[in-house]
Design a protein around this ligand. Structure first.
Ligand code: HEC
Ligand code: HEC
Length: 434
């Protein structure tokens, strides 16, 4: 043992001396902080998945500095439009890195005028636990909706008559569409999704399709760290003297890490009386029809996370298995190869009433419309609602209006004890990390 220890010390001394002898002037003093990842190495299988995830976690927590390309040239901190921080983990850290954030980490989203707060929508930081399954569910739902549209068009063409189909996928209804014999379609009755039927599960408005796309934008907006897939290789888009600020491999690693974060789970209290309250709360949650939007489970047909390569025609796609390669706790594979995702959401946008309406339309989505926020993990992510205004779960519930009005009223009609049981159930939906 001692022998091994001495050998190890000698090796370290040797390596240290070697490094000192060969280090260039750039190796000391202020240094760029990012450890870059090569997409070519990922594709060549030179980086095993656990290493890739570690690299992604590192990038997510890296405090970028000017030498990395942080901020545009002369870019002053301006909380309204950003740059506003140095690392993703500056905001997404509660209760773990990759999770949610307190109100100090709120963002002023999509300002129309970057000098005026009232032209932006305040946003509280949400968590990315289990997000690989969320993205994959969205893709499967989109494919099913598009297949329904194609089928209706084909039937209308052959029959020469109008064909109306209900746009239902995974038990969630997005209204209906009518295909005409001349090949055109009438989509006035499509609800809760864009007219192109593409589900966008991310952001509170449901306007972003993938974690990758969100991450590229977040790096640019929060830090002025520009991915080559945003602006091109060797292009200094923000005039700060640094090119290739984030490689394709960097974004792949950061995306993979977020997608494969642990799946939120229900944690039952050890005390049988408390556990009974949670079960009662769960039944009341269904009784008040909270489950019409916060659907307890959705089935993912193929529990994988696909990372298509952004380099069209050259790159290889990476496919990660959510039931074996994600961090634990992770999804379990059912006997038929599917996985049950306890999301408590429907990936659909809803009209939530005047109480929750905000000042501005965002990317075409009306001020009072939000995507159902998944309640998995909700017990660990105070404060709640899109702008973090609710500091108790009860407050978050009673602010529901619009399409959720009847459901809220049903909750308000419960006895105080029953309302507390609903909250107790929500508290049992937690983010955990092994
Ligand atoms: C200044 C705080 C802040 C920083 C820094 C930040 N985020 Fe976020 N993040 C947010 C907020 C707020 C939201 C909610 C945005 C919305 O709803 O439109 C969010 C949402 C997200 C989402 C979507 C989650 C969902 O379920 O809708 C992803 C993915 C994400 N961030 C990734 C990142 C990455 C990657 C970085 C670093 C490059 C990062 N964020 C840096 C505050 C931050
Ligand atoms: C019509 C669909 C709908 C119904 C019904 C509904 N909700 Fe929601 N819920 C939403 C949407 C959309 C949000 C996001 C609103 C926002 O951020 O402003 C939300 C947010 C929440 C939040 C805050 C979560 C967070 O992370 O910020 C809680 C808690 C919640 N709902 C619980 C309930 C309970 C309990 C019921 C039943 C009494 C219920 N909801 C019924 C759509 C619905």
């Amino acid at each position: 043992m001692l022998h091994r220890y001495i050998k190890c010390c000698i090796l370290m001394l040797f390596l240290g001396g070697w490094a000192a002898a060969f280090s260039s002037p750039q190796d000391f003093g202020d240094r760029p902080q990012a450890r870059h990842v090569s997409q070519e190495d990922i594709e060549a299988g030179k980086i095993p998945v656990p290493e890739l995830l570690k690299a992604g976690e590192k990038l997510f927590s890296t405090e970028f500095n000017r030498l990395d390309g942080l901020n545009p040239r002369n870019g002053n901190f301006n909380r309204i439009i950003g740059p506003d921080t140095q690392s993703c983990a500056d905001c997404h850290f509660r209760p773990f890195v990759g999770a949610a954030g307190p109100n100090i980490a709120n963002v002023f989203a999509a300002p129309l005028d970057d000098t005026r707060l009232d032209t932006s929508n305040p946003r509280n930081t949400n968590h990315m636990f289990g997000s690989g399954a969320v993205e994959s569910l969205g893709i499967e739902m989109t494919q099913e909706l598009l297949a329904l549209e194609r089928q209706a068009k084909a039937e209308a063409k052959t029959s020469g008559k109008d064909v109306t189909v209900a746009l239902t996928t995974k038990g969630v209804n997005f209204g209906s569409l009518t295909a005409h014999a001349d090949g055109s379609t009438d989509k006035v009755k499509v609800v809760g999704v864009d007219l192109n039927l593409v589900i966008k599960p991310f952001s509170r408005k449901g306007i972003v399709r993938t974690i990758r796309q969100f991450s590229i934008n977040a790096n640019n907006l929060h830090f002025g760290m520009q991915a080559v897939e945003l602006i091109g290789d060797f292009i200094d888009g923000d005039d700060d003297g640094v090119v290739n600020e984030l490689t394709v491999g960097d974004i792949t690693a950061e995306t993979a890490w977020q997608a494969l974060l642990p799946t939120p789970v229900q944690v039952m209290p050890a005390d049988p009386k408390q556990a009974e309250l949670v079960r009662r709360g769960e039944a009341l949650f269904a009784q008040a029809a909270c489950t019409t939007c916060h659907i307890p489970t959705l089935t993912l047909k193929r529990p994988v996370f696909r990372l298509p390569n952004p380099r069209v025609n050259t790159g290889k796609e990476l496919t990660l298995d959510l039931t074996t390669q994600a961090k634990e706790p992770r999804l379990a594979r059912n006997a038929d190869g599917t996985a049950t995702v306890a999301l408590y959401a429907d990936l659909k946008r809803h009209e939530m009433g005047p109480e929750l309406a905000e000042a501005n339309v965002q990317t075409g989505v009306a001020p009072s419309v939000f995507i159902t926020v998944p309640l998995w993990g909700v017990g660990s992510t105070a404060p709640w609602l899109h702008d973090g205004r609710a500091t108790t779960l009860h407050d978050a519930i009673v602010l529901h209006g619009g399409e959720a009005e009847l459901s809220r009223k049903a909750y308000q009609a419960f006895s105080d004890r029953d309302q507390r049981a609903v909250v107790e159930f929500l508290k049992s939906l937690q983010l955990v990390q092994k």
